[in-house]
Write a protein that binds this ligand. Structure first.
Ligand SMILES: Nc1ncnc2c1ncn2[C@@H]1O[C@H](COP(=O)(O)OP(=O)(O)O)[C@@H](O)[C@H]1O
Ligand SMILES: [Mg+2]
Length: 268
């Protein structure tokens, strides 16, 4: 069962060389169960920190996170959160299928009782035939497919993705994004994706959360009412461009006119 995600006035401070650094300031975000959300913002604004707090990998300094009525710590204990990192995190000495099985092993669950069968997930992510390959024998895109299969093996209520295809070329990324939408629709989880691509955020999401530069806040939430299933052709429509424009405007709302033009020579 997919769960809703609510981030309620979350503040995150890091202690760095004796001083407090405010990374996130009163972040508020709401995503309904089963929906696809995208978080977009400039580098260093706290996107990864926010996603890690939702995954219970970091604790908020203040505020609260609620996933389907429970704190993230409970979902993590129940293995109900799937996480895909930007850099490949597969164990290089284990085969693809053994990597996908890993969360079962950690949770002490026999394969026969697996919430989702590793072999089926390998098919779902398009890696049939590569079950016994080692990660080093796969392309970066294939490794991330395997990481997605691994994140789904416990049939998570939420799937969190931190720039999963950020290291890949644009053509591969576009193909994987289309696949990710298919996988998400099939698996029925709530998805929250961190990206720094405006087009990617709009293409993927039902709701885009635009963050300000550090200290990160949610500047604006933009609804994407494009129909599903999404197709690449939609990226050339007026409706798509209008939403992209709204996201861009929100992203650069903080820039001074001097920064946006070249030195403000046109100003009186
Ligand atoms: N473990 C940490 N200790 C200290 N500062 C951190 C830590 N993790 C992140 N930060 C700081 O918090 C800010 C946000 O980082 P991050 O969440 O990685 O941003 P983003 O993913 O948007 O690029 C940065 O200024 C970063 O230096
Ligand atoms: Mg990051």
């Amino acid at each position: 069962m997919p769960a809703s995600i609510a981030v309620l006035d979350v503040i995150k401070r890091f202690r760095m060389r004796g001083t407090d650094v405010l990374a996130l300031d009163h972040v508020r975000l709401k995503l309904d169960a089963g929906c696809f959300g995208a978080i977009i913002g400039p580098s260093g604004c706290g996107k990864s920190t926010l996603l890690r707090m939702v995954a219970d990998l970091f604790e908020p300094t203040d505020g609260r996170i609620d996933i389907g009525g429970a704190p993230p710590s409970r979902l993590r204990r129940e293995h109900a959160i799937g996480f895909v990192f930007q850099s490949p995190t597969l164990l290089p000495w284990r085969t693809v299928i053994d990597n996908v099985r890993l969360p079962l092993r950690i949770a002490g669950i026999a394969e026969a009782d697996a919430p989702r069968k590793p072999a089926d997930l390998i098919g779902l992510v398009g890696l049939k035939g590569f079950e016994n390959a080692l990660p080093g024998q796969l392309s970066g895109g294939m490794q991330q497919r395997a990481a997605i299969a691994r994140a789904l093996v416990m049939n998570p209520q939420v799937l969190l993705l931190d720039e999963p295809f950020g290291a890949l070329d644009e053509i591969t990324r576009q193909r994987l994004n289309t696949e990710l939408l298919r996988i998400w629709a099939e698996s029925g989880t709530t998805a929250l994706l961190v990206t720094h691509s405006i087009a990617e955020a709009v293409f993927m999401a039902d709701r885009v959360f635009v963050m300000s530069p550090r200290p990160g806040r949610i500047e604006t939430t933009i609804e994407v009412d494009l129909p599903r299933p999404r197709s690449l052709g939609m990226m050339n429509t007026t409706a798509f461009h209008a939403i992209e424009g709204a996201v861009r405007e929100a992203l650069f709302a903080h820039e001074s006119p001097d920064a946006a033009t070249s030195g403000g020579a046109d100003r009186p």
